[in-house]
Write a protein that binds this ligand. Structure first.
Ligand SMILES: [Zn+2]
Length: 144
């Protein structure tokens, strides 16, 4: 953090600049940790975003995408999300063997899967890399 007036390097505990007395001002808002768009180059995202969106539709596109763009980190980010989503959908299917409560959980999970899939596709199309709610923080395929 730097003083907005004179540029002195401020420590985190400085409420005022030790050089010129300027208030250190409001702390910058915490960055949105679920938004990883800045991790990826815009060129990479621009080149691969449609392939990335397709990966949410069918596993076969993941294989095609990896063959076409094996070095794209943006693509791998979305491949990871789509695989995590597939695992989530699979687990939702498994809990359906438990009568009643499992059926309800499975139905809720199925709705979440559809919503998350749409979110993933929309974000890929927009060249964004934002983690899906709840499940998006898990990593199966590394992308950094
Ligand atoms: Zn200052």
């Amino acid at each position: 953090m730097f003083c907005p007036k004179c540029g002195t390097n401020l420590s985190e505990n400085d409420h005022f600049c030790p050089t010129c007395g300027e208030p250190a001002g409001v702390k910058p808002t915490a960055p949105d940790e679920s938004d990883r768009t800045a991790m990826f180059s815009p060129e990479d995202a621009e080149k691969t975003h449609l392939l990335a969106a397709l990966c949410y539709f069918n596993f076969i596109f993941i294989i095609i995408a990896l063959l076409l763009e094996p070095d794209s980190k943006f693509l791998r980010y979305h491949i990871n999300q789509s695989i995590v989503l597939t695992v989530f959908a699979f687990l939702c299917g498994i809990v359906a063997i438990v009568p009643f409560i499992g059926w309800v959980a499975s139905a809720v999970g199925a709705i979440m899967t559809v919503v998350f899939t749409v979110m993933g596709i929309v974000r890929a199309v927009k060249c964004q890399a934002r983690d899906l709610p709840i499940i998006g923080k898990y990593t199966i395929v590394s992308y950094d």
